[in-house]
Design a protein around this ligand. Sequence first.
Ligand code: 5CA
Length: 436
Amino acid sequence: MRLSRSLVPTIKEIPSEAQIASHRLMLRAGLVRQTSAGIYAWLPLGLRVLRNIERIVRQEQDAAGAQEMLMPTVQPAELWRQSGRYEDYGREMLRITDRHDREMLYGPTNEEMITDIMRQSVKSYRELPQILYHIQWKFRDEVRPRFGVMRGREFLMKDAYSFDLDRAGAVVSYRRMMLAYMRTFQRLGLRAIPMVADTGPIGGDLSHEFIVLAPTGESQVFYDAAFDDIDYLGGEFEHGSAENLDRFFSLMTTNYAATDEKHDAATWDRVEPARRREGRGIEVGHIFYFGTKYSKSMGLSVTGADGKPVIPEMGSYGVGVSRLVGAVIEAGHDEAGIIWPDSIAPYRAAILNLKPGDAACDRMCETAYVGLAGDAILDDRPERAGVKFAEADLIGLPWQIIVGPRGAANGAVELKRRATGERVEMPLSKAIRACT
Ligand code: 5CA
């Protein structure tokens, strides 16, 4: 993108309404704008990050054997009456009446709808197990929306739903999703830890929250440092083998990890003192096994191998896709701005033309822009160098190619790595290669 022609409304001042770094930086770097309390418009740069996170979430869901679909945001109240949750959900649910006076709602989650679709669609035990997911906007009328996209009213969630014939199968689905989550978060450059959780309005008897460590997190967390050394992408764990998943799951559950709600001082005392880690954390995902809670109340059953009806065992698995944008920034920023992980940065590099109008500078910047196949922000605005440096650091792309008249005369640029601040002079072609 050419900055002179793009909507990247950066802000120099610190926005007074924002209490935490990610919220301030998302506004200052021009990623989002609030349109109502807890509701945000995603501007071009913010949307690219959101899409990049979606892509990784999607790849890992697919790798775990889940199938993508898309359910609507607006749902009939009738489905929620069948599960008994219509009244339970209270004022957090946005209720809507259509022109025929039918009660509708803007979905806060989709257990009822997917159960309804499955009860119309699967008839036999041969059609199970299945896991389905979608990435769709949700609405929860939070009492206190805050911290920008971290606790919004409208937010993007990946929610998956598993259907198995028995508890043993449901446990395998649950572990698969847990592995998919750990791989997803590692690819996003985050260290997330699964912690036993309460099930709240979703229900069920087994649940884990995935917590990313950040000083501004809403909950206090306690965990064993053993989690710091686990590599989920190196090939040690796989979705295909129940034994392997079993080993993975026991690794996740035998090492101590708990939020303050579930913290147990006696067990914590038994963790070797050198390995005890404490901090604050942000919940970026939450998974639930709730057996037949929805299948039973909504009448989903299939014919079993013996001809008798079987009520499928279900689980649901949520990732806060839009919340993750905030969480990634909380985990990766400095005084000057955002530091995006390479995997989800909106673009690979910023090309800073320090002297637009200078023929050599203009030419080299165009060469760099073409060399990066447009996966760059070209700062071609007639601004001072100081402004360009500050905004490039604020926006936080992994690399900066700095093109000034002195270097340009000799075919040289400076390449800066945003995360370390290291700047090295080199030929343009080498800088392009380093970024790609
Ligand atoms: N149906 C289940 C799983 S699919 C469910 O709704 N779980 S949840 O309530 O825990 O939400 C899943 C994830 O969505 C949370 O872990 C969190 O990351 C994200 N989330 C929940 N509420 C908000 C919110 N108000 N703003 C932003 N993200 C949210």
